[in-house]
Write a protein that binds this ligand. Structure first.
Ligand code: F6P
Length: 382
């Protein structure tokens, strides 16, 4: 054997083994859904799991949001692409479960006290030996996860989801498109019965402090009046619009009211649940009664509620969820953290979580959809 050949083979052997020693170990990423559920969450989980598998990583689904890390043993399961080969991505809800209660920094205990349980969660992340976490949630969840990540030194990427579509720095949050489709379909179903009975039909939709669902569905569903929290309404203006429609010969009216619209005194209408939690509720019936009293028209109310959250995701929610899930994993692969994936100008991008949280996205009063509604002659209450 030539000495040169031996040296060359030794060099090749060394560099091969150096290369292998230098290869990073496959990552372990945690995935959780947090806050209220919505359509498209399973499609986002699937996308992240499939992309992680492409990279040879292990994906671990944490159950019930951060609550899965508050119990011992921890609640989690390893997620693999074959678990998503069936109808899971087409289903509403979240296979991981979620919670919109129990901020770990001020956790309500059974004795009525409040305790900081954040360190239990960060040690849970460490017990799972995670390199990074993907948190799929709204702005409230993102703020809590960010604080936990900073406290525990954990890499975090968030994925915006909420039917309310109020997360800043993104045109779309997962779940919004489906919720609007459901609300629009409700108007389609209300119109014939409204016409049959010469009625004003009031549809109360969700959205918390943002009127995006009401505005989009109201435009798409041919509403005559759309009331959103961002635009204070005058009852005489609403009554005038309904009287105008009726005087013009049309025998029905459609009114969409967002749940956080206030009463005429400017007070929020809320319902107190048995557990003491207060949630928006009642404005649809309130507006319906006022319309009946002030116009003489017969009015009925439909409260759409959680129907807006539970449906099969629309193609757009699935498509955006897929892009979000893949991009979230790619950000981790690039060593990035503290980023939120976002939808902007027909593509997926990423932004600082801090900026997204700071930029609450309500309906822009001079935005294109408000102009469209006004252009159609829809009464926005002002
Ligand atoms: O944030 C999503 C949302 O559906 C809001 O539109 C609504 O006000 C709220 O959650 C309802 O919360 P819960 O599911 O606790 O009743």
């Amino acid at each position: 054997m030539q000495p040169f050949g031996l040296l060359a083979r030794l060099a090749a052997f060394n560099s091969y083994h150096r290369g292998h020693l230098a290869m990073p170990r496959p990552k372990r990423i945690g995935i959780l859904t947090s806050g209220g559920d919505c359509a498209g969450l399973n499609a986002a989980i699937r996308a992240a799991v499939c992309r992680a598998a492409e990279l040879g990583w292990t994906a671990i689904g944490i159950k019930e949001g951060t609550a899965g890390l508050l119990t011992r043993p921890l609640q989690y399961e390893v997620l693999t692409p074959d678990m998503f080969s069936g109808d899971v991505m087409r289903r509403g809800g979240t296979i991981l479960g979620t919670t919109n209660k129990g901020n770990p920094f001020a956790f309500p205990m059974s004795d009525g006290s409040v305790r900081d349980r954040s360190s239990e969660i960060t040690s849970g992340f460490n017990e799972l030996d995670l390199d990074a976490v993907i948190g799929i949630g709204g702005d409230g969840s993102a703020a809590i996860l960010r604080r936990l990540a900073q406290q525990g030194g954990i890499s975090l990427v968030t994925v915006p989801k909420t039917i309310d579509n109020d997360v800043g720095m993104t045109e779309m949050a997962i779940g919004f498109d489906t919720a609007v489709a459901v609300a629009t379909e409700a108007l389609d179903r209300l119109q014939p019965t409204a016409a049959s009975h010469h009625r004003v039909m009031v549809l109360e939709v969700m959205g918390r402090d943002a009127g995006h669902i009401a505005l989009s569905a109201g435009i798409a569903g041919g509403a005559d009046v759309i009331l959103i929290p961002e635009i204070p309404y005058s009852l005489p203006k609403v009554a005038e619009k309904i009287n105008q429609v009726r005087a013009g010969g049309r025998n029905f009216c459609l009114v969409v009211v967002s749940e956080a619209v206030k009463d005429v005194e400017g007070e929020a209408l809320e319902h107190e649940f048995a557990d003491g939690q207060r949630r928006f509720g009642g404005v649809g019936a309130y507006i319906s009664d006022l319309i009946a009293e002030n116009t003489g028209a017969e009015a009925r109310v439909t409260v759409l509620g959680h129907v807006q959250r539970g449906s099969m995701p629309s193609w757009r929610d699935r498509m955006v969820a897929a892009a979000f899930g893949v991009h979230a994993v790619d950000l981790i692969a690039e060593g990035k953290s503290d980023r939120m994936v976002a939808w902007w100008n027909r593509q997926v991008i990423d932004v600082a979580i801090e900026e997204a949280i700071a930029d609450y996205h309500s309906v822009e009063l001079d935005g294109p959809l408000v102009k469209t509604a006004r252009g159609l002659g829809i009464c926005l209450g002002d």
